[in-house]
Structures are given as C-alpha cells and as structure tokens.
Design a protein around this ligand. Structure first.
Ligand SMILES: [Ca+2]
Length: 186
C-alpha cells in the first residue's frame, strides 16, 4: 500500500506506482453495492424450523448509493445464522481471498452483540459452523467495516464460494443493513 491519509473519512492513496506494486497483476477484485440487484449474491440461512428471517434489498439506508441489504432475523430461539453467498471463478491450487463489507450500527455496545461472520471455501456453506467470526455488531457507531482474509484450496472446480452475514448469540430480534462488499483474489 502506498502512503495514505484520511480526509473526512475517505482514504486517499497517492504514490500510485508504490500502490500498484503491492497488488499482483493477477489480482481480481469486485465490489457490489446492491444498487441494481443482488449482483450474483444469494440469500441463505441455517436457522431452526419456524424462525423468521429475510435478506432483501432496501433503500432505508446505504453506505454507498441508495441501496443495501436488509438482514432480519428473529433470534428469540437463540440460534441461527443468515448470509448471502456467491461463487467466484479462480484457478488453483490455492488462492488468497480478502472480503470486506460495511454494516450499519446505530449505537455502540449494549446487549445482544451478535457475531458477524464470513466464509470462503471450496464448498457451498450450509451450516453456522462453516463460518468464521470476524467481529461483532455495534463495535462502534456508523457504517462499520468488517474484513476477512484467508487461503482457499481450489481443487478441480475452478471456483470457490464466499459468504457473509451474522449469527444469533443473544435472544433478540434484529434488523440490520449491509452494503458495499468487496472480494479480492490474489
Ligand atoms: Ca449500496
């Protein structure tokens, strides 16, 4: 990364030659802001039977543009994970995967600190235990960034899966907003 400075919360990177050196030519990156659809991301969940949840596009608030993903999960059974997932084309045998995205927080701390989770792997995620905890909701106020870095064994399929969402660890009902997910593969 080149030298950077922060102006009004926006990172400006200068010294583009230095910056370019830090990213291999083979790097692939894609950002989805959910302005015109799901951009290939598909909602999925591992929740007990009868538990209410949804993941919809919403224009209630957005980190970027007008739209984000609204996550709703009834956690009163104290169990469940919901996420969006997609495939990414890649050639192996291994790839380094970086995921980052933003989640809105209207307060800092408080009860009901659910874990925020992410996944990257060769097989489609199906269970809460497939995911890694990468942070917690409400760790500050505003649009909070969450990041996950891992290495994936590709195998022979020339693709892998990525996903992000959150899990219940406290009996409450939450509605939250996620936006501007970036996947980078090197
Ligand atoms: Ca957006």
């Amino acid at each position: 990364m080149g030298q950077a400075l922060t102006v009004g919360g926006v990172w400006l990177v200068f010294g583009m030659t230095v910056f370019a050196w830090s990213v291999p030519v083979s790097a692939w990156s894609q950002t989805e802001s959910f302005e015109n659809g799901f951009g290939g991301w598909v909602p999925d969940a591992d929740v007990p039977a009868g538990v209410g949840w949804h993941i919809l596009r919403s224009n209630v608030r957005a980190f970027d543009g007008q739209w984000s993903l609204e996550y709703y999960l009834d956690g009163r059974h104290d169990d469940g994970t919901i996420w969006v997932e997609r495939t990414v084309a890649a050639t192996g045998p291994t790839v380094n995967v970086h995921i980052d995205f933003y989640m809105w927080s209207d307060r800092k701390g408080g009860i009901g600190g659910w874990p925020v989770v992410a996944f990257a792997g060769a097989n489609k995620p199906e269970r809460e235990t497939d995911f890694h905890i990468i942070g917690y909701v409400n760790y500050d106020v505003g649009w909070l960034i969450y990041t996950y870095d891992t290495t994936v064994q590709i195998g022979t399929t020339s693709m892998f899966w990525v996903a992000f969402g959150y899990s219940v660890t406290f009996e409450s009902v939450r509605t939250d907003y996620f936006d501007y997910v970036t996947i980078t593969v090197t």
